[in-house]
Ligand binder design. Structure first.
Ligand code: FAD
Length: 399
């Protein structure tokens, strides 16, 4: 388990949420950019892996903040939670960006196989052996704890791209393999933002003075960073498409499948269940991150058993279609996965396997996603204008 994160259960997430709620106001706004180092981070929630698996819901974080603080005081924290929904919406409206990212990673990995110098440089960076003390410490921390502070992620990505001059898709993939909160949208689009290709021409340059100040002097890389690099010259995001319409709610009985992206069965709509299951992740990841996800799945499945009064089964991806067919239900329902590896599997492998057995697939879209995702058409600042209206519409509540 990660020493930096609460245990991978809803109960542990709720305990952290309750303990952190008093700090979601001015303390968060003042302290969130400072990373005092492992074991000393009282000013950020470290709940991202719980939210990413929806052991806790976005609305529960926002609700907890607004139950304790006035909007003006909690605005920074609330905005950060909405950044997550914004990034997910941004990718949902432009799914080709995810396919392109996957292709870029495969291309760069193929290049590693034939360019020994590049391979050695990437291996040194991932092993924390570049000689840059701050970068090396963050590389090791990522591997050892499965988490990094937001500011450290920004510095790390910037140094990877602009000082070490390594391909950004390989850095993003290194994060995706190791972060317990790894999220296709937040991760890919944040790396693009640092590189200056998400908001073309605007990049994030890590500066030694900023690192020294916000690590409270733990690191001081003066003279070691390229602080004058130009943004990468790559195409910006494509224009947004429309969000595909939500599936109609299933009418008859279903086999309900939980998955790593949504482990909050308590808030699913009423369903007639013929069977209850949870699928293990379709992709290999680093052991710590995978262990977090597997424990979270077990927790979600146990809570679903309690809610629906049915025994649940943990299933390998290739066993799901047969399991659904054996349930006798005409359809399988799952909480709608956002663009990413799970959605790829659901569309490319599961849907055809179900169809071959005469079964339908129903994706259950959450009201939060339905309200937020279509608004991610431009930058975050126009999206941010809608936050008060979204809060009024969605009435987020503390758990
Ligand atoms: C290069 C890079 C890669 C990133 N990759 C991921 C990722 O794969 N998964 C991920 O969840 N976040 C990612 N982030 C965003 C952010 O760093 C983490 O969400 C945050 O550090 C989590 O710490 P926390 O739970 O203490 O956040 P807090 O500061 O306590 O914020 C509360 C919650 O808001 C959300 N949040 C906060 N900041 C952001 C942000 N900038 N973008 C999106 N959501 C945010 C998270 O769900 C978080 O738990 C990335 C940022 C960068 C710069």
């Amino acid at each position: 388990m990660s020493p930096e994160l609460p245990a991978p259960s809803r109960a542990a997430g709720l305990a952290r949420l309750a303990a952190f709620a008093p700090r979601m106001g001015r303390a968060y706004a003042a302290g969130r950019n400072t990373d005092p180092g492992p074991g000393r981070r009282a000013d950020v929630s470290r709940l991202s892996a719980h939210v990413r698996h929806r052991l806790l819901l976005e609305e529960e974080l926002v609700g907890a903040a607004l139950a304790r603080h006035r909007f003006a005081e909690a605005e920074k924290f609330v905005q950060e939670v909405f950044w997550r929904s914004y990034w997910k919406g941004f990718l949902a409206l432009r799914p080709a960006m995810w396919a392109e990212y996957r292709a870029r990673v495969a291309e760069e990995q193929a290049r590693l196989a034939i360019q020994g110098g590049l391979r050695a440089a990437v291996e040194r960076a991932m092993a924390g052996r570049t000689g840059l003390a701050c970068f090396d410490a963050w590389a090791r921390e990522l591997v050892e704890t499965g988490w990094l502070h937001n500011h450290a992620r920004m510095w790390f990505a910037s140094i990877w791209i602009f000082t070490l001059r390594l391909p950004w898709p390989l850095g993003a993939e290194f994060f995706r393999q190791h972060l317990c909160d790894a999220d296709a949208a937040s991760n890919t689009l944040s790396w693009r933002w640092v590189a200056g290709i998400q908001t073309p021409g605007k990049h994030y340059l890590a500066r030694a003075e900023n690192i020294a100040r916000h690590t409270e002097g733990r690191f001081d890389p003066r003279g070691e960073l390229d602080e004058a690099a130009a943004p990468l010259d790559e195409p910006g995001p494509p224009p947004p498409g429309a969000l595909p319409p939500a599936d109609p709610p299933p009418r008859g009985p279903v086999a309900l499948l939980l998955h790593e992206e949504d482990l909050h069965p308590e808030s699913l709509p009423p369903l007639r269940l013929a069977a209850l299951g949870a699928v293990t992740p379709p992709e290999a990841r680093a052991p710590l991150a995978r262990g977090f996800t597997e424990a979270a799945l077990a927790d979600g499945l146990a809570r679903a058993e309690a809610r629906f009064g049915l025994p649940g089964r943990l299933l390998a991806p290739e066993a799901v279609a047969d399991w659904a067919a054996e349930s006798g239900a005409p359809a399988l329902a799952l909480p709608e996965p956002a663009i990413g590896p799970l959605a790829d599997w659901a569309e490319q492998a599961l849907r055809p396997s179900l169809a071959a057995r005469g079964l339908a697939l129903h994706r259950l879209r959450r009201p939060w996603d339905a309200a937020c995702w279509p608004l991610a058409r431009k930058g975050f600042f126009p999206f941010r204008e809608s936050i008060p209206r979204l809060i009024a519409e969605l009435s987020p509540r503390a758990p």
